[in-house]
Design a protein around this ligand. Structure first.
Ligand SMILES: NC(=O)c1ccc[n+]([C@@H]2O[C@H](COP(=O)([O-])OP(=O)(O)OC[C@H]3O[C@@H](n4cnc5c(N)ncnc54)[C@H](O)[C@@H]3O)[C@@H](O)[C@H]2O)c1
Length: 432
């Protein structure tokens, strides 16, 4: 099948190359010239495990193509995926400007029938807007269908998730089952459960899923804070809970809270969406508030152990990305915490295995280091903010010699407390 993907970010690029790997001919379009130039040369503009090889292979086999010209992408494609960003606006609502721009451009360029599949996460009401734009802008006689196909991939495991999706949601307009059948055909090789539903249901499935994951993180952090007071270990609690099939084990990792490009944004957008339909989503607001409190809780933890006055103290930070396995720092809580520490007058030295260049674009006035030992040199404490596996392999005896004070505050419960304490450190985790 001939396919066009608009937007070659995390979602668009993985989907495009994944569909190419399944044997389709895929043209990926992006307005970012630099990104497209890199991709044409087989260079992936961000870090995602396994994606590099997949791009190179499908370029070589001439199944995937990259361009900045939309018409090159859509002319021969029957199915067009929209995978552009929907970042949060200042007030929490989803910023739909990228989606609107694409809809306008597409509608003007389309010469014949197309199936427009929206992968971007967009609030209820957006599809009416897209339909309106297409109806207004398209040439006479040119027909189209619109479909919602929300994405559930996890950055860091995006390639795995493309080939092993937990479910595929296809939201269609009433009476357009034939359109759904074409997409089912496209996704059939993935062998995943396929749920055919209405467009609104598809959108709400995406929002509800993300918000539920966020709620689990806020929940376990609440339990963690109680654990700290009663003397329990939240990791043991989460493990004990996870054997119950009704509860499962995902997203029960206590720590600094949930960050990243999706959970906070989608939670805020759902709260706003509910508001616009006259409903105050109190429970959802409390999930968000808990996440904000957790950030302050971590800063208080640092002050409690390093000293109430952070002015002039050197805090060594390990981890800048919103989670391990990615160089994405969008809405990274590590950066938020660093900012709060800086406001208290602390000097920050930081290291991340993958996200330093991206962090440099978001945060200034900190010392970026080349490894954990440089971070530790002369620091008053080490603060771990991303759970990179490589931090477990640090030579802690060497680290201790470099630190001014042997203090480790483990914001993501990455390390074994006993091991670290027996190496002579003062160790503080979250909820343990
Ligand atoms: N990143 C994730 O983990 C994830 C997971 C599930 C769903 N989503 C959703 O998928 C959507 C995309 O997310 P992302 O993280 O891939 O975004 P991204 O910011 O990484 O990528 C968006 C891309 O769209 C391009 N773009 C913008 N306007 C364009 C235009 N007019 N024409 C062509 N290209 C254009 C940008 O240059 C960029 O490369 C969002 O709605 C997001 O909420 C993201």
């Amino acid at each position: 099948m001939n396919i066009c993907i608009i937007g070659t970010g995390y979602v668009g690029l993985v989907t495009g190359v994944g569909l190419a790997e399944l044997g389709n001919r895929v043209v990926c379009v992006d307005i970012d010239r630099d990104k497209i130039d890199k991709l044409k040369r087989g260079v992936v503009p961000f870090y995602e495990k396994g994606l590099d090889e997949l791009v190179k292979k499908n370029l070589k086999e001439k199944r995937v193509f990259f361009t900045t010209h939309l018409e090159e992408g859509i002319n021969d494609s029957r199915i067009i995926f929209i995978a552009v960003g929907t970042p949060p606006r200042e007030d929490g609502e989803a910023d739909l400007s990228q989606v609107i721009q694409v809809a306008e451009d597409l509608a003007r360029l389309m010469q014949g029938y197309k199936i427009i599949v929206v992968k971007s996460t967009v609030p209820v009401g957006t599809f009416q807007l897209i339909r309106k734009i297409f109806t207004r802008e398209k040439k006479e006689g040119v027909d189209f269908d619109i479909v919602s196909n929300p994405e559930f991939l996890r950055e860091g495991d995006a390639v795995y998730d493309f080939f092993n999706p937990t479910r595929i949601i296809i939201g269609i307009e009433k009476g357009r089952e034939k359109v759904a059948d074409e997409l089912i055909q496209l996704f059939r090789p993935l062998n995943a459960p396929i749920i055919k539903t209405s467009i609104i249901n598809a959108q709400m499935i995406k929002y509800a899923s993300n918000v539920f994951l966020a709620s689990r993180v806020s929940f376990i952090n609440e339990i963690a804070n109680i654990c700290e007071r009663v003397g329990a270990d939240v990791n043991e609690i989460a493990k004990g809970m996870s054997f119950d099939k009704r509860l499962g084990e995902g997203y029960l990792q206590a720590g600094i809270g949930f960050g990243g490009p999706c959970l906070i944004k989608d939670l805020k957008a759902l709260i706003k969406m509910a508001e616009s339909y006259g409903y105050e989503a109190e429970h959802l607001k409390s999930i968000l508030n808990k996440n904000e409190h957790q950030i302050s809780h971590i800063v208080l933890k640092v002050k409690k152990i390093v000293g109430e006055v952070l002015y002039g103290k050197i805090i060594g930070v390990l981890g800048l990305t919103f989670k391990p396995g990615t160089n994405d720092v969008r809405s990274s809580l590590a950066l938020r915490i660093i900012d709060l520490l800086k406001r208290e007058g602390a000097n920050i030295r930081a290291y991340d295995p993958c996200g330093i260049e991206e962090a440099k674009m978001c945060i200034s006035d900190i010392d970026f280091c080349t490894d954990p030992y440089e971070v530790a040199t002369g620091a008053d404490a080490i603060l771990i903010l991303t759970g990179w596996e490589e931090f477990k392999k640090i030579d802690f005896l060497r680290l201790k010699k470099l630190l001014r004070e042997p203090i480790i505050i483990d914001g993501v419960n990455l390390l074994d407390p006993e091991k670290i304490r027996s190496a002579g450190f003062v160790y503080r985790g979250v909820g343990r």
